[in-house]
Ligand binder design. Structure first.
Ligand code: HEC
Length: 197
């Protein structure tokens, strides 16, 4: 099997180095590798080849994302996951505006540990964005969105809604930055090619 799928061997090597650096538990490494294999099995050969060519750092990052986010869907697409994230975002806004710390904290933690779509993120990006250079912005997007969501939750736990509102703004700036980088026409669907541009 490894002979037929060189990327599996590549992932195995990446997992070994992740384990060495982060001193992960062997079971985490095994699980991380399984998750990456599951994602790559769903990719077209063209995408799998581009994923295989990514730098070890990006592969490690993607593996850690897959490991940390424990809700992984076999059916939902990235747009559907984003709609769920949007709903959490609305809920946080409502909670901040109504001074409801527990509601803000719970929704922010769900947002930070959002569901993952079928096949991971790569299948939903424009294929020309699946490069080490283009994906190298992902860790900073994660800090902006998930990092600020966690800080927001901590502020809301303390009842400091002014600080929560500040993190809400910074988190939202992360959504905007990622969309500017990766998303094409907002709201585009398979039907829009029927419109003149
Ligand atoms: C890692 C990059 C990234 C981050 C961070 C991100 N998004 Fe997205 N988002 C995307 C991509 C890519 C799409 C388009 C997916 C597609 O068309 O298949 C998208 C689509 C969406 C959509 C679907 C409708 C549309 O306009 O295309 C919504 C709603 C959305 N995002 C909300 C959010 C919110 C709210 C946040 C922040 C809390 C956020 N996103 C953070 C990458 C990101």
């Amino acid at each position: 099997m490894l002979n037929k799928k060189p990327w599996l061997l590549g992932m195995a090597l990446v997992c070994l180095s992740v384990g060495a650096q982060a001193q992960s538990q062997p079971q985490d490494m095994k699980r991380g590798m399984e998750l990456m294999q599951q994602q790559m099995m769903l990719m077209t050969p063209e995408l799998a080849q581009k994923a295989q060519a990514l730098s070890p750092d990006i592969k490690k990052f993607l593996m850690r994302v897959a490991l940390r986010h424990e809700r992984r869907s076999d059916t939902l697409t990235l747009v559907q996951v984003m709609q769920e994230i949007m709903a959490e975002h609305h809920m946080i806004g409502t909670a901040i505006a109504t001074d409801n710390g527990p509601l803000a904290a719970d929704a922010a933690r769900r947002l930070a540990l959002h569901r993952l779509p079928r096949g991971g993120m790569l299948p939903y990006l424009p294929i020309e964005k699946v490069t080490t250079e283009s994906l190298s912005v992902l860790p900073s997007m994660e800090v902006a969105v998930e990092g600020n969501a966690q800080k927001l939750a901590e502020a809301a736990d303390r009842g400091d809604m002014a600080a929560a509102a500040h993190h809400y703004g910074e988190m939202t700036a992360g959504c905007v930055a990622c969309h500017m980088h990766f998303r094409g026409q907002p709201g585009a669907s398979a039907y829009t090619p029927r419109l003149k541009q």
